[in-house]
Design a protein around this ligand. Structure first.
Ligand SMILES: [Mg+2]
Length: 484
């Protein structure tokens, strides 16, 4: 049954009233009353009781129903759906090759792991006699050493090892064990895989090393936009969105993009493009405006959470609707002339200091998809990196193999990989789909009873990260393997 008459399409007025309308009380303003009243007959009975509120039935307009405009891949992932990816372009995304990444061995030879890190400089120096003893022990325990080289841990960070800048004490102990505080004095391979974003990898590992009081290398660290560095081979001039101030511009240049534009630059060039935004004097000074009517922006990279939804969405939609990324134009064909858009991760929500989780990049993306579809009538093709997307796990394989090479001189992928995370919808679903053992911990997002119903962890649910690591080590190296 049609809800609206043809000539009244944009008005929320149902032809037949809903059975149980939710009523909103509306008090008419004086101005509204006088305009509707006949000035010649102020007391005429025109059907309006001017001294009382009137009641307006709340209706549900299909034109305002965002569900119609949502991308069919935008729902949060669940093992129940058995959906491998939220990407509308499939999963063959570029990731950095081993050769194109900085060599970890050259990094280590150039910069000792502890150099310049306050946390590491406060740690006791390596003890040669202890290392000799460890190597002797490893010689006589070759089967356990082989098992160590055939396992690896992949840690989510927030909610597992830390809460923001606050240490989860079990996280510190876990890194001591994996860095050699065990019966063989052997380093057990582990990497860090986070959907965090918005800073240089080096900045983040320095902060993390300090909190966890263990040295962490950028070569064992992946944040949501790390694999997107591979895109620098494909695009030169890009719009980078999200993050604090100008940090994401710095990240993009570090990845090798050559002309990195951020929304502040566009607003500084033409303030009318964002009518609800007045840049502060310091933003104006720091912006790099150029003549964007003469610049083709080749791709849009959402690196981190938007700090200004209205401005960022306006500029992104303008670009998506433009002719080949030229601001100020509107393409005749919204598909053929559209530039690509990439998101560094797809989480709908993220935990913060606020008691209720806050909206994250996934929510921002869904808003964009709905707006784009409402304006053009077509689905927005987009690409998402981060957990639980396949590209990020392929990249994690590269990083694990490289780290094993650094630690033990063997470049291979261990058979037994354990993902430890607090979020069933990203850490666990992704690890499960990729065939890793998954461990869900109760120190972050997940607080439910038993295992998660939609995305159950394959190796189990644990009180904290230490319990998960101890259990996994017990399985791989034997229950008698001493963690001291
Ligand atoms: Mg987490």
């Amino acid at each position: 049954m049609p809800m609206f008459e043809d000539d009244d399409f944009c008005v929320d007025r149902p032809i037949s009233p809903p059975k149980s309308p939710e009523l909103h009380r509306v008090q008419l303003s004086d101005g509204y009353r006088s305009s509707r009243s006949n000035p010649q007959s102020p007391n005429a009975d025109d059907g309006l009781n001017r001294n009382e509120a009137i009641e307006v039935p709340a209706t549900r307009s299909f034109i305002s129903d965002a569900q119609n405009y949502m991308h069919n891949l935008s729902l949060s992932p669940s093992m129940k759906d058995r959906r491998g990816s939220r990407n509308s372009l499939g999963t063959s995304l570029p990731i950095p090759s081993r050769e194109s990444r900085r060599s970890m061995l050259s990094w280590y030879s150039a910069v000792p792991p502890h150099d310049g890190c306050k946390a590491c400089s406060s740690m006791p120096p390596a003890q040669p006699t202890r290392e000799i003893l460890a190597s002797q022990l490893q010689d006589i325990s070759s089967s356990k050493v082989a098992a160590v080289k055939d396992m690896a841990f992949v840690f989510d960070i927030d909610g597992v090892l830390v809460h923001g800048d606050r240490l989860i004490p079990e996280g510190q102990r876990v890194l001591q064990i994996l860095n050699g505080d065990n019966e063989l004095g052997i380093k057990i391979p582990h990497i860090f895989l986070t959907n965090g974003s918005g800073k240089l990898e080096q900045t983040r590992v320095d902060q993390l090393s300090k909190i966890l009081k263990s040295p962490i290398s950028i070569d064992q660290f992946i944040q949501s936009h790390t694999p997107m560095s591979a895109l620098a081979e494909y695009y030169s001039t890009v719009l980078v969105v999200g993050g604090e101030g100008y940090r994401c511009r710095e990240v993009a240049y570090d990845y090798g993009f050559r002309n990195v534009i951020i929304p502040h630059d566009v607003v500084a060039w033409d303030p009318t493009i964002a009518p609800y935004r007045t840049p502060t004097p310091s933003e104006r000074r720091a912006a790099w405006p150029q003549d964007f009517s003469q610049t083709n922006i080749e791709a849009i990279m959402v690196f981190s959470d938007s700090r200004d939804y209205a401005t960022d969405m306006q500029i992104i939609v303008d670009l998506l609707r433009s002719e080949h990324g030229r601001l100020g134009t509107v393409a005749q064909d919204p598909v053929a002339q559209r530039i690509p858009i990439y998101f560094s991760q797809g989480d709908l929500l993220c935990p913060t200091e606020h008691p209720i989780p806050r909206m994250s990049q996934g929510a921002f993306r869904i808003g964009l998809e709905a707006m784009y579809k409402a304006l053009t009538g077509v689905d927005l093709e987009r690409v998402i990196y981060g957990k639980p997307e396949l590209a990020t796990y392929k990249y994690a394989d590269e990083v694990i193999a490289g780290w094993l090479m650094y630690l033990h001189g063997e470049e291979k992928l261990p058979k037994n990989i354990y993902m430890i995370g607090d979020n069933p919808a990203s850490d666990i679903v992704g690890g499960n789909m990729y065939g890793w053992n998954t461990c869900l911990v109760r120190t972050g997002v997940y607080q439910g009873e038993g295992n998660d119903r939609d995305n159950p962890a394959s190796f189990g649910v644990f009180k904290n990260v230490l319990e998960a690591v101890e259990t996994a080590i017990g399985k791989e190296l034997g229950k008698d393997f001493k963690l001291e």
